[in-house]
Design a protein around this ligand. Structure first.
Ligand code: SF4
Length: 298
């Protein structure tokens, strides 16, 4: 029987996600013409669906947007996308997170000073595509430490390292150390964002105190998937769930059933989804499970 639910001290919406949602809300409220969001405003199905229901268009390709206002998502885009959108006469509203813009600024500076950039990240993520689009011929994306061996020694090149904002801190540090062995003069920029740091640290600290951690977030959310994978590595059961309907009551029954469960949520997960998960778990316990915040763990 489930006895205890421990909520991570940091979970859910980060600054960049709150800002992008506010920009989309304000743009929608004042719009007199069609508004379209390019890519997902943030990587959460409930948030995307909410704006769709409110009448905002969604597009994955700029070619599909012919008029009106275009909102750039929190993950950003390559500069040529914004140039093309403006050339088409679209009213561009940029909701890119300032911490993603910070990476763009670092890369522009590096390239202007004749550097080549190794970017540690997922090549298929919107953020990485935007980063690469800032200097495609100067950036090499690497998604894992073993892939380092396949890169040339690049003698004579000025090299710098940047990292996707939502990368695993542990993996990024391992990658950095290996990269420094290969290129001792590598200039390293810490570009993992504070929100990612706080969410991951909370899960790391929570793991020894629970039998399972449920991470509420979409499968499209890189940082939510990362939290689930960290939880899984540390406590053996880290499960990503989109919402309360994915909770399986059998996890909590029988002699081996989960007694203490931890709750976290990705940076793009709305609070109402987390509240619904907690309520579902309390109901499964027959109303007897104690709900506590992580800070109270001794
Ligand atoms: S996870 Fe970090 S980089 Fe991404 S939107 Fe949130 S604050 Fe910005």
């Amino acid at each position: 029987m489930l006895k205890k639910i421990i909520i991570a001290r940091n979970y859910g919406f980060c600054m960049g996600v709150k800002r992008a949602i506010k920009i989309a809300e304000e743009t929608s409220a004042s719009a007199t013409e069609r508004v379209t969001i390019l890519n997902e405003i943030v990587h959460n199905e409930a948030v995307v669906e909410r704006f769709r229901k409110e009448g905002l268009g969604q597009a994955l390709n700029l070619d599909d947007v012919t008029d009106g206002t275009l909102i750039i998502s929190a993950h950003g885009v390559a500069p040529d996308i914004i140039e093309k959108a403006e050339a088409k006469g679209l009213n561009v509203i940029n909701a890119t997170c300032p911490l993603v813009t910070r990476i763009y600024d670092i890369i522009r500076r590096l390239v202007a000073n004749d550097y080549y950039v190794i970017h540690f990240g997922d090549p298929n993520h919107d953020e990485t595509r935007g980063v690469v689009g800032h200097a495609a011929d100067r950036i090499t994306v690497v998604s894992s430490s073993p892939a380092l061996d396949e890169l040339p020694a690049w003698p004579g090149r000025n090299l710098a390292l940047t990292t996707q904002t939502t990368s695993s801190m542990k993996e990024a540090l391992e990658f950095r150390d290996l990269a420094l062995k290969k290129w001792p003069d590598l200039e390293v920029f810490d570009t993992i964002c504070n929100a990612t740091n706080r969410l991951q640290s909370a899960v790391v600290d929570l793991a020894p105190h629970v039998d399972m951690i449920l991470v509420v977030g979409s499968t499209t959310s890189a940082n939510s998937k990362r939290l689930a994978s960290i939880a899984n590595a540390l406590c053996g059961r880290g499960i990503l769930i989109g919402s309360a309907v994915e909770i399986d009551e059998r996890w909590f029954t029988g002699a081996d059933g989960i007694r203490t469960v931890g709750i976290s949520a990705g940076a793009s997960t709305p609070e109402f989804l987390v509240e619904a998960v907690i309520k579902c778990l309390v109901d499964i316990s027959g109303g007897t499970a104690e709900v506590v915040q992580q800070e109270r763990i001794q």
